[in-house]
Design a protein around this ligand. Sequence first.
Ligand SMILES: *Cc1c(COP(=O)(O)O)cnc(C)c1O
Length: 390
Amino acid sequence: MNDCVMPTYARQPVAFEKGAGVWLWDENGKRYLDAIAGVAVCSLGHANPAVQQALFEQAGRLVHTSNIFRIRRQEQLAGELIRLSGMDNVFFCNSGAEANEAALKIARRHGHEKGIERPATIVMENSFHGRTLATLSATGNPKVQAGFEPLVEGFIRVPHDNVAAIEAITDPNVAAILVEPVQGEGGVRVPAADYLNRLRALCDQRGWLLMLDEVQTGIGRTGRFFAYQHNGILPDVCTLAKALGNGFPIGACMAHGTAARLLTAGQHATTYGGNPLACAVAATVLAEMQRLNLPQRAAQLGEQLLNDFRRRLHGIAGVVDIRGKGLMLGIELDRPCADLVGLALERGLLINVTADKTIRLLPPLIMSDEEARQLVTTLGDLLSDYLSTP
Ligand SMILES: *Cc1c(COP(=O)(O)O)cnc(C)c1O
């Protein structure tokens, strides 16, 4: 490997040179079916022509000014996000962790407004919120935190998908709940259908902010533009990143109601956030998502893939659970299976393994029926071979 790059990733020994749709080609010209989309990022697939054109045109006109000035592209993108989400306003940044930092600062402001000196945010076991100090402190994974203590204080951790555990909290310092609608890194954990509705009711009752980390679930992935739309609720805060730029870095923290007025001039900022280039790309992503009806397609293809995998893997010992929502799918095995990633690469397929034992599939939302069949065949064959060798 290359010693010039800090060794923070355990990388697969393959480098891709080009992509088109759901396909990638490595340096030797070998073709791969991409079922992770850069970890839920390239939902429109690789080398999307509309995204390419938006990037090219905006780059030739104006890339960056500063948030010292009005940015029309940013205002337009914010307007579109608000129309799609039902939220009130948006703060733009550059990543998921940074979007969650904004959310956590809003929670602290909410607490202070209520006279709480040391506001706390309720977070979940097995959650993932990012790698900055505050977001890794919010994250419910000891591996992410180990070696980086002291952690940021002000988090109360409870089991995921357990409303009673939150109801039982009597700490008067609570200001907010931060939760992923479907846990991604935690192993594609889909909570009870009414989970978010019950959290919404509890937050209303106690005066807490309901903050949803939709960095992975947002922008159509689960079968709705935003995962909370399955529940017919509005959160107070909702964070986005990953698919918003289809690979161009952009994050967003959307707020509603009182939460939308808690950060005022001078209280939060980031140099690149919402620059004309990023916003031109993201606006094109949102337009393409709608033009191609991709949230609906994610719902339909996700359902089909769940059924197809259940049929293909039926009766194979070692498969513990097949679950998901939209095109966020998890196949849990009875054993650690990180080596499957390399074995799948040999067969021309990109998959991800998370939470040790769960194969995570996050295909581009533009995947065709034929490509989906190929995914089921290739992964199905791989898994029956893998699980039949002792
Ligand atoms: C990926 C992810 C993040 C972190 O996003 P970065 O852009 O890597 O900082 C945060 N929350 C969730 C749910 C994620 O999936």
